[in-house]
Design a protein around this ligand. Structure first.
Ligand SMILES: Nc1ncnc2c1ncn2[C@@H]1O[C@H](COP(=O)(O)OP(=O)(O)OP(=O)(O)O)[C@@H](O)[C@H]1O
Ligand SMILES: [Mg+2]
Length: 379
């Protein structure tokens, strides 16, 4: 004999079939092997239990409602407190970093210039000896409006572009910046197109993603924007890619909207754009050729590169020697084509490295050259 309780039948006594029970028990039903019974006393008890449970539920609900109302009353203040603490935390973090790393207070105004003296990358400067570099861009400038940045693989192009963007961003959020000095004419947005990725599930190939991003930049940028294109026209044929890159740069340099912009590229032929449009400045990431290989001093200097040293970087990455040798032979064979293309694009002018006067961005910052730079050793 057991006392049981179910949701549908409530409290009842359960006994095996044919068990003798007192006469005043009332049969509630049964299953194959058991019968269920109730009594007047059990009914009373069940009613008392249900009433007690209802009271507990009502009281719990009332207490919860009270707590909710109290929390709602304090929510606005708590949210404000959270916001103030977050702001204080962010400001403190920026202040500590600025003090520890010798960051400086930038000038932020509504001028056209973006000028950084001896700028550094705020993340890379932590773990390595970092080579500072200058930058100078002018919105709608007759010079230095758009930088075409060339240079070997691994030479520091992407790093420099990103540090320009990061210094700008830090200045505009009210932080000190990693530089010797900086003047930031307000930027309304930083547009970037960096790297290569695809979106297979979204039905977008690598080059399609690249072009969609480029379209987003060209359609979204205003005169006040900062535009960074870390290589464009890579994922298609060299001719199409170079043509697109040329046209995109011209659009940014001569169109209705002429933002401050940096375009990094391995299409050295694009240096000819400077001959056609003086607002296009040429900068390059330096490389030093040594008897034992090449070294990257990570110096951004005036001029255009004429080699990417891609085969040397491939050697460093471990490509088989036979592949490297064959690549070198192929490169030698097609080299003259590149010079011919550059000559045609530049209207016959020489597009090779040509320091140009009056370019403050051309000054290189920091001390002597390749300390801390990367050396690629040939075999
Ligand atoms: N100014 C600098 N000081 C010290 N190290 C640097 C500096 N600039 C770049 N480096 C180092 O060199 C590496 C390669 O730089 P980065 O990726 O900018 O080269 P890149 O010119 O964009 O090459 P690629 O053409 O292959 O994209 C960085 O990961 C960084 O470690
Ligand atoms: Mg790069």
């Amino acid at each position: 004999m057991r006392l049981e309780r179910t949701g549908t039948q409530g409290l009842f006594l359960e006994a095996p079939v044919n068990t003798p029970v007192p006469d005043d028990w009332i049969r509630r039903g049964g299953l194959q092997k058991v019968e269920r019974w109730t009594t007047a006393e059990l009914e009373e008890h069940a009613a008392a239990l249900a009433a007690a449970e209802a009271t507990v539920a009502a009281e719990t609900k009332a207490i919860l409602a009270e707590l909710r109302a109290e929390a709602a009353g304090a929510a606005a203040d708590l949210r404000d407190l959270g916001r103030y603490l977050a702001a204080a935390d962010a400001s403190l973090a920026l202040a500590l970093v600025a003090a520890e790393r010798g960051w400086v207070r930038p000038t932020v105004d509504d001028g056209d210039e973006l000028r950084i003296e001896a700028g550094r990358h705020p993340v890379l400067e932590v773990n390595r000896e970092f080579r500072p570099n200058d930058a100078c861009l002018r919105r709608r400038g007759a010079r230095d409006q758009l930088v075409v940045l060339t240079g070997p693989n691994m030479a520091g192009k992407s790093t420099w572009m990103r540090q320009v963007a990061l210094v700008t961003l830090l200045a505009q959020v009210g932080s000190f910046v990693p530089a010797r000095a900086a003047r930031v004419g307000l930027v309304d947005a930083i547009f970037t197109r960096i790297g290569a990725t695809d979106d297979l599930t979204g039905g977008r190939s690598t080059f399609m993603v690249e072009m969609l991003e480029t379209a987003g930049v060209l359609n979204g940028a205003t005169d006040r924007s900062l535009v960074l294109l870390d290589e464009i026209g890579r994922g298609t044929s060299t001719h199409d890619g170079m043509a697109l890159a040329w046209a995109v740069i011209e659009h940014l340099a001569t169109g209705r909207v002429r933002p401050r912009a940096i375009v990094a590229t391995h299409y050295h032929e694009l240096a000819a754009l400077h001959d056609v449009h003086p607002q296009v400045a040429l900068l390059r990431a330096a490389v030093e050729e040594r008897p034992d290989g090449i070294a990257f001093p990570h110096r951004i200097e005036p001029g255009a590169a004429d080699r990417s040293f891609g085969i040397e970087v491939a050697r460093l990455a471990g490509l088989p020697p036979a592949v490297l040798a064959r690549a070198a032979a192929v490169a030698d064979a097609i080299e003259p084509l590149s010079a011919a293309i550059a000559a045609r694009l530049g209207g016959g002018n020489n597009a090779r490295p040509k320091p140009h006067p009056n370019r403050p961005a051309a000054r290189t910052a920091g001390g002597a050259d390749s300390d801390g730079g990367l050396v690629l050793t040939g075999d």
